[in-house]
Design a binder for this molecule. Structure first.
Ligand SMILES: [Zn+2]
Length: 330
């Protein structure tokens, strides 16, 4: 089957922590005391906040964030977002949907108990070819191999793990796969294994109101893939998930957060109703483009102080201003 690891041995997918706009560093917590924070918070009440986590590394801090949401926001499910769109009726004020990309085992071990205790629903987007394996995420593997003597022709010039990843993600996808293969055969050590979620874990999560969504087969940057690879990455993951869950997934999250119009066409054909970006923005309470829903990047270690400024949209706005200022200065 196309979603078995053996057919894609050279194709460890790209993303996770290094995806999309990075959450600002923790020093952004001071923004909470900015005079414009109340204005942003008032404006955010009329928007939809979809939070994009990866794993949960700090269960205590994550629990504090959930308590905050319980007090200040209206947690909604993936299904509620879908229903709002189909009925053309905006979600309630201060609606927040929690999502997890890449879905490592901490979604099961840490996120699920914390969410279930507070009856907060969520959605997890999984990388289909990793399910039931002990394979590392390809981006972790590449960094490990490069740090242990791994070499690849396309990666001669990088000087830091971040640059290595940026370089790999910028390559046409066949070159990324070839580079990973070269790293594997030249490194002195094999990257550590990592136990991933199993098919039965997906069913456990789904039964506990953590909806399972498609995050492609192997997590390539879709914009670097040819048409048929885009289609295969989505369709093969779709078939695998449908088999494991007993029903087709309704939602998709773009690997690395970037929209791709070819993916959009395939998603429509397969009946997907929701698609999520990683653009670090709030969105309308009735999403105008259901296959392009904005999300805010957060981390379980984020302090509640900074968490507030992300939820209000202030911290993302400051990040955009900074990015624009740097671009015009550069
Ligand atoms: Zn991802």
């Amino acid at each position: 089957m196309p979603y078995s690891y053996s057919t894609t041995i050279t194709s460890r997918p790209p993303t996770t922590t290094a995806t999309g706009p990075r959450p600002a560093r923790e020093r952004g917590g001071w923004l909470r005391f900015s005079p414009v924070q109340p204005l942003f918070r008032a404006r955010a009440a009329g928007r939809l906040a979809v939070l994009a986590y990866h794993g949960v590394t700090d269960p205590n801090s994550f629990g504090a964030q959930l308590d905050r949401l319980h007090r200040l926001a209206t947690p909604v499910s993936l299904q509620a977002v879908e229903q709002a769109i189909s009925e053309g009726r905006p979600l309630p004020p201060r609606s927040v949907l929690i999502t997890f990309d890449d879905a490592d085992r901490t979604v099961l071990t840490h996120a699920l108990p914390a969410l279930a205790a507070r009856r907060i629903p969520a959605a997890a987007f999984v990388i289909a070819e990793l399910i039931g394996t002990d394979l590392p995420f390809w981006w972790h593997e590449a960094q490990f191999l490069a740090a242990h003597g791994g070499q690849a022709r396309s990666l001669r010039t990088h000087s830091s793990p971040e640059q290595l990843l940026a370089r790999l993600k910028a390559l046409p996808d066949p070159d990324r796969r070839r580079s990973l293969h070269e790293l594997r055969v030249s490194a002195q050590r094999q990257a550590p294994r990592r136990e991933q979620l199993r098919p039965e874990d997906l069913r456990t999560l789904a039964a506990a109101k953590i909806a399972i969504g498609n995050h492609t087969l192997g997590h390539p940057c879709l914009g670097r893939c040819d048409d048929s690879t885009v289609q295969t990455e989505i369709t093969a993951a779709h078939l695998a998930l449908t088999q494991w869950l007993g029903e087709p997934p309704a939602a998709f999250a773009y690997p690395d957060g970037g929209y791709d119009s070819r993916a959009d066409a395939t998603l429509r054909q397969l009946g997907y109703r929701l698609g999520f970006l990683s653009d670090h923005r709030l969105g309308p309470r009735l999403p105008a483009h259901p296959l392009r829903i904005s999300r805010l990047q957060v981390d379980s270690t984020t302090s509640t102080r900074r968490f507030d400024t992300i939820l209000s949209g202030l911290e993302p706005a400051v990040q955009r201003w900074r990015g624009r200022a740097q671009a015009s200065a550069g």
